[in-house]
Design a binder for this molecule. Structure first.
Ligand code: ADP
Length: 280
């Protein structure tokens, strides 16, 4: 079987800079796109069954839920993971949230205010496309808050996530790691494909020029906010099929740890079937 996906991709203590990790597909896992596709199809079926049990249990009072946090540079595939992996789930059980630059109302509140509102309820899978981590990433790189304010946020985030864990939310944090060159290819592809023009923002090129500063900010966030209960996973994401396989594998292991089963409900089957008998 080899090592679990979680132990393969979890951020290592003292090794938190993106440059310490491969962005290309490493040897663990499927070897190519075809193998990756086959493995993903299998994982998707298993994930769907697990989610069905989670949802059913939520309806019967089990407080547990899962929160998948997706972070990464522009074009790293946050939307792709939603389309390719999260789509395995029944949408009724998914709570999706994307976090853009805060509105003027959001800015008048604590940075976690808008995040709290999107935490998945019992039985659901929450997906964050960007997250509270933006407040120690773009905010830090672009100096959108005082350094002392940002400094306090790492422990605020750890406390917040510990609270989530204690209340039954398993937080799965994935950093989608692509290389600088791969981002260039993807931005160029956006320019060449009319179906992708709407995704192109010139601001993405401005952020790209700050790549090293973003990497440093990621290194700090990964180092300071990877805890035993909610670690960061670094996902090699230059190859989409590998990224999808890795995240689906981590999610399945997370589900399997929850030991889910359908809730046992006390029904008087005999009487209920009698009531459903056709009238004679
Ligand atoms: P995406 O790139 O996620 O598809 P957009 O192109 O609308 O969507 O970009 C969202 C932008 O919002 C990103 O540049 C991101 O850095 C920014 N953003 C998200 N959260 C915050 C925040 N808390 N403070 C400032 N900017 C933020």
């Amino acid at each position: 079987m080899g090592r679990s996906a979680r132990s393969t991709f979890v951020v290592q203590p003292g090794k938190t800079h993106p440059r310490d990790y491969p962005a290309d597909a490493p040897s663990k896992g499927p070897d190519d796109k075809t193998e990756g596709g086959t493995a993903l199809a299998e994982l998707r079926s298993k994930l769907a069954v697990q989610q069905d049990m989670l949802y059913a249990r939520g309806a019967e009072g089990d407080p547990r839920s899962i929160l998948l946090v997706l972070q990464g540079m522009d074009t790293s595939g946050k939307g792709g993971v939603t389309g390719d992996v999260v789509s395995a789930f029944n949408p009724a059980g998914v709570r999706f949230a994307s976090f853009k630059a805060p509105t003027s109302e959001e800015l008048k509140h604590d940075f976690l205010w808008r995040i709290h509102k999107q935490v998945p309820a019992a039985g659901l899978i929450g997906v964050f496309d960007r997250s509270h981590y933006e407040d120690v990433l773009v905010v830090k790189v672009r100096k959108l808050a005082e350094a002392s304010v940002i400094e306090q946020r790492y422990s605020r985030i750890n406390d917040f996530e510990a609270e989530l864990t204690a209340s039954g939310v398993t937080v799965v944090k994935c950093f989608l790691h692509i290389s600088f060159d791969e981002q260039r290819e993807r931005l160029l592809a956006r320019l060449d494909d009319p179906a992708k023009h709407w995704k192109f923002r010139e601001g993405d090129i401005d952020d790209r020029q700050l790549w090293p500063a973003f990497e440093d900010a990621y290194a700090t966030a990964l180092g300071r906010c990877s805890t035993a209960q909610s670690p960061w996973y670094v996902i090699p994401s230059n190859k989409k099929w590998y990224r999808n396989w890795a995240i689906a594998s981590i999610l399945l292991e997370t589900f399997e740890d929850m030991n889910l089963s359908y809730p046992e409900v006390d029904l008087d089957f005999k009487r209920l079937k009698e009531r459903l008998a056709p009238p004679n």
